[in-house]
Design a protein around this ligand. Structure first.
Ligand SMILES: Cc1ncc(COP(=O)(O)O)c(C=O)c1O
Length: 412
């Protein structure tokens, strides 16, 4: 047997220094954090509350419900999504889950069971008739959640998108596909983006009035989830799922063993959050969200979002000012999708390769770390403002430099 590596971390970590330095890291998606969130998480870990029912921890449940309602107010969600309204307990409500994937899974299961009830199905015999829909740009985890919820992979429709809708879902195309399914005797069950809105990333921006229009029409959807652990200064894990009818979740997810029976539950006046999630046990996640909202307040949270968007806008301006580059998808928030354009003798395929090499070389410098994706068959670089920053000066120099392969940023 060979000798043990006494410092496994040093050999496991690649040389890509930027990958581990938040201020140089522009890949994937935001994972912002804050002192308030860390303190909340630390206290929650120390208390180790497992508030599955209200009775198991009234404080954990009430604080979660309160923090969710505050956030709903900040997002100007309709009161139908709130746990408590001015007139008392509504039919809707929220729950904090670990990830968006879980939010998709529980809402898919609820939609599946509601569809089965609609068809008068005996047991699960009609599951092969149920269909679900999403844009081809919908996060890949949706397709995983569909499989976990038991949908037939052949009935998971990925609707193609294109530049004409800025890679958004085209309602006419969606209707066409749904109609064809209905005509074929299938049961249309779930649309990610219409019945459920996945606002994992962008939801946080909607606390700012200037971005709130992205949630227009939310009053007509059944559920919406967004993740403060992405962009609202809250450490993992914290995905807020809001539903218009909490019973649709509990009809599918409720468990009622003898040892959990209690008067509070029987009164119907309290929320047992275990009935809105996969597991029974649950962390006291409401505390960190409460701490973030209580500590920073509306103005500071909005400032944080605006500052990240300003950094992305600054970067976008650098890219647009250089005609060797193109911005591939219109920028809405703090993510810029861009690439070196195919020009002259360079084909689109050549450009894909040039962009790949550019990214690899850039990432090797240790000065910045980007990720890529493919949009409309093009290899595209993603510049995402991902870490909470108090200043923008570090990025002033992140503008394109004369083209070799080290285009930018050579000195941030
Ligand atoms: C829009 C969107 N949906 C879903 C996900 C997956 O989130 P999670 O890891 O919380 O399941 C992400 C992650 O980046 C995302 O941005």
């Amino acid at each position: 047997m060979g000798s043990l590596d006494t410092n496994p971390m040093s050999s496991a970590l690649p040389n890509d220094k930027a990958a581990f330095e938040p201020l140089n890291f522009f890949a994937f998606f935001p994972s912002t954090n804050s002192a308030a969130a860390i303190a909340g998480d630390l206290i929650a870990s120390a208390m180790n509350t497992v508030g599955f029912t209200w009775q198991a921890s009234p404080a954990a449940t009430e604080m979660e419900v309160l923090a969710l309602d505050w956030l709903a107010q900040l997002l100007r969600l309709p009161t139908t999504f709130m746990n408590r309204t001015n007139t008392g307990r509504g039919t809707g409500g929220g729950v904090i889950l670990g990830t968006t994937s879980e939010a998709m899974l529980v809402t898919l299961v609820a939609a599946r069971d509601a569809a089965l009830r609609r068809t008068g199905s005996v047991g699960v015999s009609d599951i092969p008739r149920l269909t679900v829909y999403a844009a081809d740009q919908t996060h890949s985890t949706f397709f995983k959640a569909c499989r976990l919820a038991g949908f037939d992979p052949a009935n998971i429709r990925s609707i193609p998108t294109g530049s004409e809708t800025s890679y958004g879902l085209d309602p006419a195309k969606l209707l066409e596909v749904m109609q064809a399914d209905a005509d074929a005797g299938l049961v249309t069950t779930y649309v990610c983006a219409t019945v459920h809105v996945d606002a994992a990333y962008a939801g946080s921006a909607c606390i700012c009035p200037e971005f709130r229009h992205h949630l227009d029409g939310v009053e007509r959807v059944d559920s919406i989830s967004m993740s403060p652990h992405k962009w609202l200064l809250t450490c993992l894990d914290c995905t807020c799922l809001y539903v218009r009818d909490a019973h649709r979740l509990s009809d599918s997810l409720e468990t009622n063993p003898e040892y959990l029976k209690n008067d509070a539950t029987d009164s119907g006046e309290v929320t047992d959050l275990k009935d809105m999630q996969v597991g029974v046990g649950r962390r006291f996640r409401g505390l960190k969200l409460w701490m973030v909202m209580r500590t920073y307040g509306t103005a500071k949270l909005q400032e944080h979002i605006r500052s990240d968007v300003a950094i992305a806008k600054m970067f976008e301006d650098f890219v647009r000012a250089d005609d060797r580059f193109e911005v591939v998808v219109p920028r809405n928030f703090a993510l810029v999708c861009f690439r070196i354009k195919a020009s002259g003798a360079m084909t689109e395929k050549d450009a894909d390769e040039v962009n790949r090499v550019l990214m690899e070389n850039l990432n090797k410098t240790g000065k910045a770390y980007l990720a890529h994706t493919v949009v409309g068959d093009k290899f595209v670089l993603r510049f995402a403002v991902v870490a909470a920053r108090g200043e923008t000066c570090r990025f002033q120099d992140a503008r394109p430099k004369p083209l070799g392969h080290s285009v930018f940023p050579t000195s941030c």
